[in-house]
Design a protein around this ligand. Structure first.
Ligand code: ACO
Length: 334
């Protein structure tokens, strides 16, 4: 029998604090109309002071364990996809592991906004190889900590959140084809230049605001609207499925215009392209599990549904995982 993996549990966490477009109008020269028209975003959540990425990830991971009806001791491996770790080291995953009272190996993985899909790839590989039975994969980012709130081109886009799934060995196929991609020639298009070994923290670095996200928005947009359709088609082909088999496209929630364009390019009706970017903004590596948890907890996915989870981000990186949903439909009250 071939070893396969399925999603046995899911959880997510959005911080309480809301930053609306009206709030941003008081901070930079922008307008609700511009932000809605160009991005579809209306509000985003901001981690509380003192709340770090590991805090967000630990709540989401704990909720995923509860949803799977498992305990921390049942997990063989913990992977946290993040590009806004608590510290350069130790890994955020080590802090989450300790917080939850786990004893398994734990590591971070940085593929920016595609971090969750890269984490799923590693988790599924560990299960398929027989090295793990259950892997907890989280995507967590507090990217607003690295946003220049005087730069209107980037500060309207991002929010903080975490999401997590428990992957478990199973006899029925759950996670099907997964494809990943990287094009390092695009590394300059989206980056935090300062604070690493190339440009260590100094007073002048801070004065130059080089510790904040820098982005070429137009090029990132062009990349995204090509990468998502290509990765979706490749992951479906690797699963032996076709576009017509898809119940939901669950793309990285970066921008409504990107979601509209990829839906059109793939010929998927807009009501099958999941979006809640209006309420969350771009939550980076958290975005896909957060979106999936929203679909699940609002009762919109049923056992047997076919989903394509598709990410793209800095690196450049991209990836897609086709998933057959193996959990019962969640009641809307539940
Ligand atoms: N409010 C008002 N005006 C603004 C704002 C703002 N918040 N931001 C930029 N502008 C202005 C610009 O200054 C420019 O003015 P100018 O013409 O006088 O120079 C004008 O609006 C147009 O600027 P563009 O950058 O060309 O605007 P564009 O239509 O490309 O929209 C956006 C910008 C929304 C960033 C778009 O490029 C985009 O969505 N890109 C993808 C970004 C993205 O999703 N990044 C993250 C993905 S990867 C990851 O998640 C890690």
């Amino acid at each position: 029998m071939t070893t396969v993996a399925h999603i046995a549990g899911i959880g997510s966490y959005l911080p309480e604090r809301i930053l609306t477009n009206a709030d941003l109008e008081n901070m930079v020269e922008t307008s609700d109309e511009w932000i809605i028209a160009r991005t579809g975003i209306s509000e985003r959540r901001i981690a509380e002071e003192g709340q770090a990425t590991s805090d967000l990830a630990a709540i989401a991971a704990s909720r995923a364990l509860d949803n799977a009806e498992l305990t921390p001791a049942d997990i063989d491996l913990l992977i946290v996809g993040t590009s806004s770790p608590d510290m350069i080291f130790p890994a955020t995953a080590c802090l989450v592991q300790n917080r939850l009272g786990m004893t398994c190996p734990a590591y971070d993985l940085n593929a920016a906004c595609t971090g969750f899909i890269f984490g799923m790839h590693s988790g599924v590989s560990a299960i398929e190889s027989g090295r793990a039975r259950r892997v907890l994969v989280a995507g967590a980012d507090a990217l607003t900590r690295h946003i220049d709130f005087t730069d209107r081109a980037t500060c309207v886009l991002f929010g903080d959140a975490a999401g997590a799934v428990v992957l478990e060995r199973s006899d029925e196929p759950g996670v099907m084809g997964i494809v990943l991609g990287t094009d390092g020639s695009g590394a300059d298009l989206l980056k935090i230049p300062g604070g690493g070994s190339a440009m260590p923290a100094t007073h002048s670095l801070l004065d130059s605001r080089l510790h904040y996200v820098r982005m070429n928005g137009n090029e990132v947009f062009r990349f995204a609207v090509n990468a998502i359709p290509t990765a979706t088609r490749q992951a479906l082909e690797a699963s032996g499925l076709e576009l017509g088999d898809l119940d939901w496209l669950v793309p990285h929630q970066a921008n409504q215009r990107i979601l509209n364009t990829v839906g059109q390019r793939l010929g998927i009706p807009s009501d099958r392209v999941f979006s809640h970017v209006h309420d969350t903004g771009n939550t980076s590596a958290a975005s896909i599990p957060l979106a999936l948890d929203d679909l699940y907890t609002s009762g919109r996915i049923a056992n047997g549904d076919i989903l394509a989870l598709v990410g793209f981000g800095a690196g450049l990186t991209w990836g897609a995982a086709v998933v057959r949903w193996t959990k019962a439909t969640q009641s809307k009250e539940g």
